[in-house]
Ligand binder design. Structure first.
Ligand code: G1P
Ligand code: ZN
Length: 543
């Protein structure tokens, strides 16, 4: 019953920062999904007779890809597939299911925060047995395999009824359709003081949560409203839609501007939050206070002991290189290790597995802990609620007190999207060529270049080395300019410029971020010439 179908390679199946992302129209080419899945299976060893988890964020093409993946898993020798009802599993929930049921690995079918629908993006990511994204060793092998693949294996079997919870079969393989929320909700209950959060809502604390018509709707309804007693209507846009209601499911101040505006008014709720397409990113806004993701990481690490799951303290913190150094100050004060990794969650896996760190985060609105091996949007929201409940203070008070102790890292990211790829790579190469000459030079009163290089990461656990992970220019006073090319875009190149400046505990903490960073913004244009070379007047997105 196993069929071996001939195929020919596609040249573009190179996994990026987070799996293989591409336009839906690219994925719809005959054998595109099949080739990539077979390349994944061909790069793995020892899965015959094991379980594979499959889930996605409900975006367009998930239904087709999931049925294909089930048939191919059966043909390749898995004995069981666990799949979320209707194909749904948020990325952190998929990570938990893989770990909880000791599956061999999982397929996460999502393009995260990229738009969906027939004209949007689709993606496939393979996660390993620890629940985390496959490390580079595997993603490189998958890419190599896609370049030589000449056949794939499938079976001739009807579609599985994904709406029916329970056990079915695809060929000889067992397919178990599971409730996508239950295991994840139970995990959250072990980590947080649900009684205290219930009391918070009962005392009149108000919140709005925007699920952006994406995967977190069912999770947020179940946990926030049904379990923790937040009033019905707290969760907005709670039904996952294949095109995310034509929205852009990235929880930032551009796509959640209405929520931000509401939170800046007296009539607005006490707390606003959102999560992205696949549920791993978070947005946190208190009344009159937006919390930058880099600050959020530092604040969550400093206050984690207030949640039952972390009451014994945290072992260490990890952040991606472009993320601000706010968390470093917390680690220093707590006397725990701080790790700086390349961009992308896959680099946190080894540190978490080895017990070296408990909390991780990225400036791109991702925070998480050792409870799974992905970043986790709702986890961050629940930890914030737990902290607010325990401290009995507003988000704004908590943030300002934090700065008064640790100082403030002013931080922004400027994205230039869909830039001509040739211009972008030349720009990066030219900046790289200038780096050796910059060290020691002074630019204005307080900007002396202390180091200028390509970030290189030496993984302390497995010894692997990752090079060219972003250009960084650091100054003696702690300020930084970082530039890198995005690894998740699907059209042209996206340039990401990250700017940071440290203001000491007794300094000014009330400046507008863009104003506070203006000298660095100007200097980065002098070094890299993004506006001049791309002809853009402004970044596409400022976060
Ligand atoms: C972006 C973010 C990165 C994150 C990734 C997946 O990658 O910058 O922090 O891990 O999305 O959510 P990039 O497009 O910059 O390669
Ligand atoms: Zn995501």
């Amino acid at each position: 019953m196993i069929q071996t179908i001939k195929t020919t390679p596609f040249g573009d199946q190179k996994p990026g920062t987070s799996g293989l992302r591409n336009r839906v129209s690219v994925y719809q080419q005959t054998n595109y999904v099949e080739n990539y899945l077979q390349a994944i299976f061909d790069s793995l060893e020892g899965f015959v007779g094991q379980t594979l988890v499959i889930g996605g964020d409900r975006r367009f093409y998930n239904d087709v890809a999931i049925q294909t993946a089930i048939r191919m898993a059966a043909a390749n020798g898995f004995s069981k597939v666990m799949v979320g009802q209707n194909g749904l599993l948020s990325t952190p929930a998929a990570s938990h299911v893989i770990r909880h049921y000791r599956a061999f690995g999982g397929l996460v079918l999502s393009a995260s925060h990229n738009p969906g629908g027939p004209d949007g993006d689709f993606g496939i990511k393979y996660n390993v047995g620890n629940g985390g994204p496959a490390p580079e060793k595997i993603t490189n092998a998958v890419y190599d395999r896609t370049q030589e693949i000449d056949s794939y294996k499938t079976i001739d079997a009807p579609d599985v009824a994904l709406d029916q919870i329970g056990v079915q079969r695809s060929g000889d393989m067992v397919v178990e359709v599971i409730d996508p929320v239950a295991d994840y909700a139970a995990l959250m209950e072990t980590l947080f003081d649900f009684a205290a959060i219930e009391d918070l809502f009962a005392s009149g604390f108000t919140m709005t949560f925007d699920a952006m018509n994406a995967i977190t709707g069912p999770y947020a309804h179940a946990i926030l409203e049904n379990r923790l007693g937040a009033p019905k209507g707290t969760v907005k846009n709670g039904a996952p839609l294949p095109d995310f209601g034509k929205g852009h499911p990235d929880p930032n101040l551009v796509y959640c501007k209405d929520m931000f505006d509401l939170l800046m008014t007296a009539a607005g709720p006490d707390f606003g939050a959102a999560s992205d397409g696949d549920g791993d990113r978070n947005l946190i806004i208190g009344k009159y206070r937006f919390v930058t993701p880099s600050d959020s990481l530092a604040l969550l690490a400093a206050n984690a002991h207030l949640a039952p799951g972390y009451k014994a303290g945290i072992a260490g913190i990890a952040r991606s290189m472009p993320t601000s150094a706010a968390a470093d100050r917390v680690a220093e004060k707590l006397g725990i290790a701080m790790h700086e990794t390349p961009t992308g969650w896959k680099f946190f896996g080894n540190l978490l597995d080895a017990g070296r760190v408990t909390i991780c985060g990225e400036e791109s609105a991702g925070t998480g802990s050792n409870h799974v091996r992905e970043k986790d949007g709702l986890w961050a929201v629940l930890l914030w609620l737990n902290i607010v409940a325990a401290r009995k203070q507003s988000v704004d008070e908590i943030v300002r007190e934090h700065w008064a102790i640790y100082g403030r890292n002013y931080y922004t990211r400027h994205d230039y999207e869909e830039v001509d790829a040739t211009i972008a790579s030349k720009l990066v190469d030219d900046l790289r060529a200038q780096l050796p000459g910059l060290v020691g030079q002074n630019f204005g009163e307080d900007l002396q270049v202390a180091y200028a290089n390509d970030f290189k990461y030496h993984d302390p656990v497995d010894g692997s080395i990752s090079v060219k992970q972003g250009i960084r220019i650091g100054f003696a006073n702690g300020s930084r300019i970082v530039l890198r090319l995005s690894g998740t875009g699907t059209v042209g190149a996206t340039l990401r410029l990250y700017l940071e400046r440290y203001e000491a505990a007794d300094g000014r903490h009330d400046l507008d971020t863009q104003v506070a960073l203006e000298p660095l913004i100007k200097l980065s244009e002098q070094f890299a010439g993004i506006k001049q070379r791309t002809g853009r007047q402004e970044p596409s997105v400022i976060t």
